[in-house]
Design a protein around this ligand. Structure first.
Ligand code: SF4
Length: 374
């Protein structure tokens, strides 16, 4: 398949591995920011084929995983109301809240629907004018523009029964939080290519300079990841720390100005709590004052929620790259995708799910010939 097979070519992969091996002379710790990149790395055994000196630390870039428990609990409370149709992408339905998940709310009679676009939720709102329709808007800079567009459309078309439960987060403040953490071991970043395709690369040079870290914008196929690692290791070995674009087929330095304008119109930057990590200043978006009527938290007054994280779940340490998923004692025993204790075991971008799918039995998929994602 074009744009897929050509970026999984084993011969080219071998050459990139050889170049990385020939370049590296000492240990380096690189963080891939995005959970999608983590899945490619684990699925194809890339981390196991790299020279021992190159360690990949899995970052917090799984949107489902970092959505705070308090927001999940608010979603559960709103979804359980009889006048509400609660719409979400499918991977949020099994994320455990304090005492249940959205599937359970649905089994108890809640009208919880899986949609493939926030605009589908808007259509449901048009078709059901006497019910409240809420879309669960989570994610990074990638999913924020379509969610912003949907709220913009709701206002423009005068659809009053639509609202957004917002938990959007931004990558650059997370990089800053990681680099200022006392336990930080990260020496370079593979930045998330899809985020940069929206936001451009303008926010990264200051971070690269301040923390003296190379930041290489990287894609998601195996050869994209290897090229990102190759360029990162080359910078590290040379003592450089610049922002480099290893994903030019999708990323322009200026990003997508139309999407950025939509974000600036509908959202405003706010402090956000990240599940397992804590509050990071200016790390998220909320609806701006002009669109406050479309804010589900505002509309449904779901304050005063008390959350309970399972004590055994160490996803906070996983998300900060402090432990690998299989170092959690619950991994694969009391915590599996069917019985998840944390969101990192549920999400299709979660690191625990990646290790469970591809490394649970100590067997790694044949590099670049793995079976399709389940
Ligand atoms: S394996 Fe399960 S319990 Fe352990 S950190 Fe991952 S999600 Fe949490």
């Amino acid at each position: 398949m074009k744009y897929i097979d050509e970026f999984q070519n084993p011969e080219l992969a071998r050459r990139l591995f050889d170049e990385i091996r020939a370049t590296v002379t000492r240990p380096w710790a690189l963080m891939e920011v995005c959970g999608g990149q983590t899945h490619t790395i684990i699925r194809h055994g890339i981390d196991q084929l790299l020279p021992d000196e190159v360690e990949l630390i899995h970052g917090p870039g799984c949107p489902v995983c970092v959505t705070p428990l308090e927001v999940i609990d608010k979603a559960l409370e709103i979804a359980a109301r009889p006048d509400v149709i609660f719409c979400s992408f499918g991977d949020m339905l099994r994320v455990p809240g304090s005492d249940r998940d959205l599937f359970q709310v649905r089994s108890e009679g809640g009208d919880v629907r899986v949609v493939y676009s926030p605009l589908d939720a808007l259509k449901i709102a048009q078709q059901n004018p006497h019910r409240e329709v809420v879309f669960f808007g989570i994610g990074f800079e990638t999913t924020a523009p379509p969610n912003a567009m949907t709220v913009y459309q709701a206002r423009k078309l005068g659809i009053p029964n639509f609202s957004l439960l917002v938990s959007h987060v931004r990558v650059p403040p997370a990089i800053e939080a990681i680099m200022t953490s006392p336990s930080c071991r990260v020496q370079a970043f593979l930045a998330a290519g899809h985020v940069c395709s929206v936001m451009g690369m303008g926010e990264y040079p200051e971070l690269a300079e301040r923390f003296k870290v190379p930041i290489v914008v990287t894609g998601f196929e195996p050869l994209d990841i290897l090229e990102g690692i190759r360029r990162t290791v080359r910078q590290l070995e040379r003592g450089e720390h610049t922002v480099d674009n290893a994903y030019p087929r999708a990323v322009r330095p200026e990003g997508n100005p139309a999407a950025q304008a939509m974000l600036a119109d509908v959202f405003e930057v706010t402090d956000r709590a990240w599940r397992g990590i804590g509050t990071i200043p200016a790390s998220g978006w909320r609806l701006s004052e002009r669109y406050r009527d479309y804010d589900a938290e505002h509309r449904f007054s779901v304050d005063g929620i008390t959350t309970r994280e399972p004590a055994a779940c160490r996803s906070g340490e996983v998300l900060q790259g402090l432990i690998k998923p299989n170092e959690c004692p619950s991994f694969g025993t009391t915590c599996t995708p069917r019985t998840p204790l944390g969101a990192t075991m549920v999400s299709s971008e979660g690191a625990c799910a990646a290790y469970y799918l591809y490394r649970r039995l100590g067997v790694t998929a044949t590099p670049l010939e793995a079976s399709p994602v389940v």
